[in-house]
Ligand binder design. Structure first.
Ligand code: ADP
Length: 301
């Protein structure tokens, strides 16, 4: 399966242009859509999920016209929205059974087998009788995936699912997505760089409604390799560095300010060459240091 988004734009009635000419081609596997808050991720997710109209452009899932054949798309789509509210007073098993009935799985044996296998897959089987109100954040998100998987979707969309999860829960959740994505398209939107780093086979960086990079995470890292230098500085020194160099990012680290700067030429004394991470790519792109650079291959399909 292939999802092909071409020149998608969206302006809300209040004049905010949330998507600007977005073009992406997404195949089976885990696709990470990375961008800061307000970048347009949810607008794109909701449009693919047929929950809101596009302004212009097209989306095709193989031959299926997503923007026109909404009912057909919904049959093969699983969606976990950003604000996933659950009924608090029912158990996971009860609610999954209920959703399965709503989705037309009428044979009770088939339904109970499906519910069981989803609970096992999402590691919730032991907690199946527990009321959802007593679930932790991570358990709720895994339940969200279990419900999204009912009906054997070909494409699964999860919008900012890891915000608020502790590291163990986050890893467990991302591993679950990675497993699922062996057979289907899974689109994961996130503002957390680590979410994309290890498991996504494809990614895009989006900011202010525009796709600034699309490709493989390793490919992205290679493109900034050898260009990023680190300095540890006091506040005053940091200001001086910022005035002279292209700062990619800065953060506090053990009482000093750790600055990453971009340089095409080799830097010495104050600086050390840094092993480049996806975070450097992300901040270089978001801060406009490499925007429209030929060093980046932006899909124009
Ligand atoms: P993200 O998911 O990356 O945080 P969104 O798609 O939610 O980004 O938002 C992109 C931009 O569109 C933001 O400026 C946001 O305020 C605006 N926006 C989102 N939804 C609406 C809406 N229903 N009406 C008006 N503006 C909206």
């Amino acid at each position: 399966m292939q999802l092909k988004i071409s020149s998608l734009s969206k302006t809300y009635p209040n004049g905010v242009q949330a998507l600007k000419n977005v073009s992406l081609t997404i195949s089976n596997g885990l696709f990470g859509l990375l961008g800061p808050n307000g970048a347009g991720k949810s607008s794109l997710m909701r449009t693919i999920a047929t929950l809101q109209e596009a302004g212009s452009g097209s989306i095709f899932l193989d031959d299926l016209n997503v923007l026109e054949k909404k009912e057909d798309v919904r049959k093969i789509l699983g969606y976990l929205p950003q604000e996933f509210g659950v009924y608090t007073n029912v158990s996971a098993e009860e609610l999954l059974t209920h959703i399965a009935i709503l989705k037309g799985i009428s044979d009770s044996r088939q339904r109970s087998e499906l519910v069981k296998s989803l609970l096992v897959q999402t590691n919730l089987y032991d907690a199946r009788k527990k009321k959802l109100g007593g679930y932790s954040g991570g358990m709720k998100q895994r339940f969200g995936i279990a419900q999204a998987l009912i009906g054997n979707p070909k494409i699964i969309i999860v919008d900012e699912p890891t915000a608020g999860l502790d590291p163990t829960e986050r890893n467990r959740f991302l591993n679950l997505l990675s497993e699922i994505s062996e057979q289907v398209i899974v689109i994961l939107s996130t503002h957390i760089v680590e979410d994309v780093k290890e498991l996504c086979s494809q990614m895009a960086i989006i900011n202010k409604g525009e796709v600034l990079f699309a490709g493989h995470p390793m490919e992205a890292i290679k493109m900034v390799q050898g260009k990023i230098y680190t300095a540890f500085a006091s506040k005053t020194e940091a200001k001086e560095i910022a005035a002279q160099y292209k700062v990619v990012s800065q953060k506090f680290n053990t009482g000093k300010i750790e600055l990453h700067v971009w340089s095409d030429e080799k830097l010495n004394h104050t600086f050390t060459e840094t092993e480049t991470g996806l975070e450097d790519v992300y901040f270089s792109v978001i801060n406009g240091l490499v925007k429209n650079s030929s060093e980046f291959s932006v899909y124009n399909s």
